[in-house]
Design a protein around this ligand. Structure first.
Ligand code: C2E
Ligand code: MG
Ligand code: MG
Ligand code: MG
Length: 292
């Protein structure tokens, strides 16, 4: 009996691994042509200053819709793209798209809006990365401060000796540099102190429990104190309620991003949303407009 069960479990496990591998290969195959087939789109999620309600910038989030596979979320396809080096091509496409968007905004009242762009460790470790971005920015005649590079805490804390050189290069060129999903990896405080980072993004998992969970509140407070004492600003990710927003504002958190403010939007909807809000998210909210 137990032997049969063991065997059964084993083969189930095996089939599951096979299915996973098959899915991965399928995704990789379709992803290979995603750019040429025009299946990618960049969505933008607004970031708001908590003290003033001012809309400060947007985070670029990649979306992929494939005719066969349907919508595939980035949490699924990014890691597959990283394993196959496809991420270099995708990352370049995202950068090009963001930079074209910044260039379009230069002719409008949105000229000061910045874009935060997620950059994978594979992309960041490519020795051409910084030159590539800088060439694109130069060609587009854009000031570098309009672009912020988002690296996950894991990326920031690996390859420390290479990173410090690159970080200095990035910051001395004027780009913003933020640490995404902060609190989920393992940060060495002595490195945090030495790295010229501009922003820490408090991971959504700690924002979720605010304002009810005392542990999450303590963690958020600790991250804010740490960041501010090291001259960094803080963005809270995944803000879904007005209670979270008001609590984070009380804690002097600098910026917030999340569904309560806006979901990530395709460019036309983002521009509509920006128009509606006239540059200030608090403006249209009865409970927030007295904070302006
Ligand atoms: P991330 O950079 O930490 O982005 C935040 C994720 O949380 C996004 O998921 C966003 O849609 C989602 N989010 C924002 N506010 C809320 C909220 O209030 N509630 C909830 N439940 N979710 C919220 P998304 O767009 O699915 O992206 C997932 C991850 O995929 C990103 O996490 C990022 O690590 C990666 N990613 C997305 N676009 C790119 C890209 O262009 N390049 C690279 N390398 N990675 C990307
Ligand atoms: Mg991000
Ligand atoms: Mg994040
Ligand atoms: Mg994330």
């Amino acid at each position: 009996q137990s032997k049969a069960m063991g065997k059964n479990t084993y083969s189930l496990y095996n089939e599951n691994m096979e299915a996973q591998l098959e899915e991965k290969l399928l995704i990789e195959k379709h992803l290979r042509n995603a750019i040429e087939n025009d299946e990618l789109e960049v969505y933008y999620q607004p970031q708001v200053s908590l003290s003033s309600g001012h809309i400060n910038g947007v985070e670029a989030l990649l979306r992929w819709h494939n005719p066969t596979l349907g919508f595939v979320p980035p949490d699924k396809f990014i890691s597959i793209a990283e394993d196959s080096q496809l991420i270099l091509k995708l990352g370049e496409w995202v950068a090009q798209t963001c930079i074209e968007q910044l260039q379009i905004w230069q002719q409008t009242h949105l000229a000061n809006l910045h874009i935060a762009m997620n950059v994978s460790s594979v992309q960041f470790e490519d020795p051409d990365f910084i030159d590539q971005i800088s060439n694109m920015m130069k060609q587009a005649n854009l000031p570098n401060h309009l672009l912020e590079i988002e690296l996950t805490e894991r990326t920031v804390m690996s390859n420390v000796s290479d990173n410090i050189v690159r970080f200095n290069q990035i910051r001395s060129s004027g780009y913003g540099l933020s640490v995404d999903d902060f609190g989920t990896g393992y940060s060495s405080l002595s490195y945090l102190k030495r790295f010229p980072l501009s922003i820490l993004k408090i991971d959504k998992s700690f924002v979720d429990g605010i304002p009810k969970d005392d542990d999450d509140k303590s963690i958020a407070t600790a991250i804010l104190n740490l960041a501010h004492s090291l001259n960094m600003h803080v963005v809270a990710e995944g803000v879904e309620t007005i209670e979270q927003l008001l609590f984070l504002r009380e804690l002097n958190c600098d910026f917030a991003q999340g569904y309560f403010i806006s979901r990530p939007l395709p460019i036309y909807e983002l521009e509509e949303w920006l128009q509606l809000n006239k540059g200030n998210f608090y403006y249209r909210h009865n409970d927030l407009k007295q904070l302006i």
